[in-house]
Design a protein. Structure first.
Ligand code: ZN
Length: 142
């Protein structure tokens, strides 16, 4: 069942395609697998962060980006960071998957068995965190 969720996101990615305007753009690469993502964020006046991205790579990296978009597009930095932190801990088997926090991201739990693939699953989420931090530091500089 989890395999199907991942395959479905891979075949029908949500939110794929870069949009403008944006406050920050990052490009992250997972050299061990060849996955790449370009991710943009746009922060609104009320602190909600809109995401757009374009990517290529393995099915796990692409499914994970689609799941990330579903789960944290348009949320605050704090809410997005909570999801990223939870995913990291889940993939280290430190916490049980929480569907309220991760949504379909709980389907990535099985990736924890394959340490080489953990970076594939984390790529999009780490790119989001990097971009969101850059966008917020830009805002503070104004
Ligand atoms: Zn990969």
């Amino acid at each position: 069942m989890y395999q199907e969720i991942i395959l479905d996101h891979y075949k029908h990615p949500h939110g794929k395609g870069l949009t403008e305007p944006f406050d920050a753009e990052v490009h992250h690469v997972n050299p061990t697998c060849g996955d790449e993502i370009t991710l943009r964020v746009k922060t609104s006046a009320d602190g909600l962060i809109a995401i757009s991205y374009d990517n290529q790579g393995c099915s796990i990296s692409q499914a994970s980006a689609s799941i990330m978009f579903d789960q944290i597009n348009g949320v605050t930095f704090a809410a997005g960071e909570q999801a990223v932190d939870h995913l990291v801990l889940m993939l280290q088997r430190e916490v049980s998957p929480d569907e309220d926090i991760l949504g379909d991201g709980i389907a990535l739990e099985g990736v924890a068995q394959y340490p080489a693939r953990v970076k594939c699953a984390l790529l999009a989420w780490m790119a989001w965190k990097d971009a969101a931090i850059q966008a917020s530091s830009k805002g503070e500089a104004k």
